[in-house]
Design a protein. Structure first.
Length: 156
């Protein structure tokens, strides 16, 4: 069962009250990146391709169709007995954009990232709410201890 927005808010830092929704917490744009070199996903290892941060004009990213990596401003902590999911806000979808993310495992801490698919030119303001983070109770035997643990905690 999904938790209430207030429960989720207790596990997200750097938010204001208007980000708390009935069933989750809105996450905002901290930075937008373009991947500039190939990555690699092997059977036993992975390499993330190099990225270049986009420069916003007066705080606004003007994005043409393509794929971008978006970093969220908020720091997430997924409780040990939960799993996190991230969904795009409807205003993003209504502007021909999609946000893809993976499962946020129990024990994850950090400022996550997602893949922003832009299908029509769009302007995205830094700090804009683009996603909603939700938590659901989950049974499991361990917590997250992967290479993305603590990602971007020194960045904002």
């Amino acid at each position: 069962m999904f938790e209430s927005g207030q429960f989720v808010a207790d596990h997200v830092d750097d938010i204001d009250e208007e980000q708390v929704q009935p069933n989750g917490v809105d996450l905002t744009v901290s930075a937008v990146f373009e991947q500039v070199t190939p990555g690699r996903i092997g059977q036993d290892s992975k390499t993330v391709g190099d990225r270049r941060e986009r420069d916003p004009e007066n705080g606004v990213y003007r994005l043409t169709p393509g794929g971008y990596v978006v970093r969220y401003s908020e720091r997430i902590t997924v409780p040990a007995d939960h799993v996190g999911f991230l969904y795009p806000r409807s205003s993003l979808l209504r502007n021909s954009c999609m946000l893809d993310t993976a499962v946020w495992d129990a024990g994850y801490e950090g400022r996550g990232e997602g893949l922003l698919e832009v299908h029509h030119e769009v302007e995205l303001e830094r700090g804009a709410r683009i996603a909603q983070f939700v938590l659901a109770g989950a049974d499991h035997e361990a917590t997250y201890d992967g290479s993305y643990q603590g990602e971007n905690v020194d960045n904002q």
